[in-house]
Ligand binder design. Structure first.
Ligand code: C5P
Length: 224
């Protein structure tokens, strides 16, 4: 294999959490560290690909040779992703996008009221990866992630179908030694008609195996 087997291929990778503002000082978010997405970007770039990384707020350095676009909210990530996806060969949605955002973002800091309860009204965020996979023209080979705590493989396969993806990586985040914030991870990659287990290893090693697997499936699709 040449040192840069992915030379000339354009990857777009989303990573990290999104933050959904409630008021100028508060937000809704999740525990995604961005490490898996950044490891994928580093692995693809090391193999010679042209990589754009669209990242939510994380504490990570940009991998060598990677173009980075920083965003905060799901709506910003959606806008950036659709712009770049149409110029990509492969799109990997690794970000833990918040499913909902506040219906109204308060202009001023919300004040504590007399009531013991506070109700927030949330509205659904756009499904970024489903929008990319649904592109009628210039649709990249689209790979998603499914972080689950139960029925991991069956939920992942449903998402593969519902979001019209080419591949999905099922991630059991109930395991304390894998997934969110960990240095290690284990995944099962599922596609239409098959699956492959990628066992517990560092996110860097896992990313290299996954990028190779994605490239194999992308190449097969190009020749059929
Ligand atoms: O539906 P769920 O959030 O579990 O799906 C996970 C996959 O969908 C991931 O690839 C994630 O990046 C992507 N996703 C997205 N936009 C959303 C929600 C999830 O791109 N609003």
């Amino acid at each position: 294999m040449p040192a840069t087997p992915l030379a000339g291929l354009r990857f777009t990778i989303t990573a990290g959490p999104t933050r959904e503002a409630l008021d100028p000082v508060r937000y809704l978010s999740n525990h995604s560290s961005g490490k898996m997405g950044f490891a994928l970007a580093a692995a693809a770039a090391a193999m010679g690909a042209d990589v754009t990384l669209i990242s939510g707020p994380v504490q990570l350095a940009t991998p060598a040779g990677v173009k980075r676009i920083d965003v905060v909210s799901a709506e910003q990530m959606h806008q950036a992703a659709l712009k770049v996806a149409v110029q990509s060969d492969i799109f990997i949605g690794c970000a833990a996008v918040a499913d909902y955002r506040a219906a109204d973002v308060a202009t001023n800091k919300l004040k504590k009221g007399a009531s013991e309860q506070l109700q927030l009204t949330l509205v659904k965020n756009p499904d970024i990866i489903a929008a990319v996979a649904g592109l009628a023209k210039q649709r990249p080979f689209t790979v998603g992630f499914a972080a689950e705590t139960q029925n991991v493989l069956s939920y992942a396969r449903q998402k593969l179908l519902n979001k019209k993806l080419d591949m999905i990586c099922a991630n059991d985040v109930s395991q304390p030694d894998a997934g969110f914030n960990s240095e290690q991870n284990a995944l099962t990659a599922l596609w239409h008609g098959g699956e492959q287990v990628l066992g517990l290893q560092t996110k860097a090693a896992l990313a290299a195996s996954l990028i190779t697997l994605i490239y194999q499936h992308f190449s097969q699709q190009q020749t059929t």
